[in-house]
Design a protein around this ligand. Structure first.
Ligand SMILES: [Zn+2]
Length: 118
């Protein structure tokens, strides 16, 4: 299956909305060796479209790990749950047990580092 065409304009819009961060691990483009990928939140193989509303940024590690999955087993409840949607959900709301201060600090550090030119 060939990769769906995504226009330069949509690519630019998605990168802007995602603030040049992976939607899953929050790594900033300037701190990732490879170009962040435009990923389909609902994979094409599961009926997802290439409309902007179904696209987000992901690093290659997160994107390949997610692959065509749309749900997973919650290790705490053992129930099948939908995967995190970086376009419609907020990380801290979905993962309240994660250290929100740590995430905020990491974002601040990455924002600071992203201002440097390498
Ligand atoms: Zn990532």
């Amino acid at each position: 299956m060939s990769r769906p065409y995504i226009s330069v304009e949509i690519d630019r819009n998605v990168r802007s909305m995602a603030k040049n961060r992976c939607g899953y691990c929050l790594s900033h483009q300037k701190l990732v060796m490879a170009h962040l990928e435009i990923e389909h939140i609902i994979p094409v193989s599961k009926g997802g479209s290439s409309e902007e509303s179904n696209l987000w940024l992901a690093c290659s590690i997160c994107n390949s790990h997610k692959a065509d999955k749309i749900e997973a087993i919650d290790p705490v409840t053992n129930e099948v749950v939908a995967l995190f949607n970086p376009r419609t959900q907020v990380w801290a709301d979905c993962f309240p047990s994660s250290n929100t201060q740590h995430i905020q600090l990491r974002e601040q550090i990455q924002d600071h580092l992203s201002n440097y030119r390498y």
